[in-house]
Design a protein around this ligand. Structure first.
Ligand SMILES: NC(=O)NC1=NC(=O)NC1=O
Length: 174
């Protein structure tokens, strides 16, 4: 992994490239930049995750609240970030019928009412058939456990986005 280029980025470049590794949380990339140089992609990823883990619960819940619902209003309105649009489209969430969309909207509303943050799932590791069942299952979980599970999904999304960025931007080594 050609981390030399990553380690040579100034603050602005780094946040431009990595600012949406965690959905709509460029602050995390801004903080991680100061941890350079990174020895490899795993080291870079570790610093993103360590920042999330070190946050107080209010901050961790804040990260979750920055995520657009799956197949929600933002998808309908076309205001998703490029990454999120790709992920949701890849999971087939752009081709739901009205009944599927309504079902997800109801489950998302129940989930948000119970936990105070949106249901977050790494859409690239799931698909339209699995999402409602997974949402219904996690809806029953204890709040403390569900916070950990949701943050785990944020990390899965971040890991996949980092892999895209390091691979696509010609930063991938042999
Ligand atoms: N609420 C969510 O889970 N949102 C998302 N998951 C993804 O993988 N991309 C999203 O936008």
């Amino acid at each position: 992994m050609d981390m030399e280029k990553v380690n040579s980025m100034d603050f602005g470049e780094f946040v431009d490239v990595f600012g949406n590794v965690v959905e709509r949380c460029p602050l995390i990339a801004a903080a991680v930049w100061s941890q350079r140089p990174f020895s490899n992609s795993e080291d870079l990823e570790k610093h993103f995750f360590a920042f999330i883990d070190a946050l107080p619960q209010s901050g961790q819940e804040g990260i979750l609240r920055c995520h657009p619902d799956l197949a929600g209003r933002e998808l309908q309105q076309g205001t998703l970030t490029a990454e999120s649009r790709r992920e949701q489209r890849g999971a087939g969430l752009m081709s739901l019928d009205a009944a599927e969309r309504l079902r997800l909207a109801e489950l998302n509303a129940q989930y948000r009412a119970r936990f105070g943050f949106p249901f977050v799932l790494a859409a690239r590791l799931s698909d339209r058939a699995a999402v409602p069942g997974e949402l219904a299952r996690r809806l029953q979980r204890p709040p403390a456990e569900e916070l950990c599970t949701a943050l785990g999904e944020v990390k899965k999304i971040g890991r996949l986005r980092l892999a895209d960025l390091l691979g696509a931007a010609g930063l991938a080594g042999p």
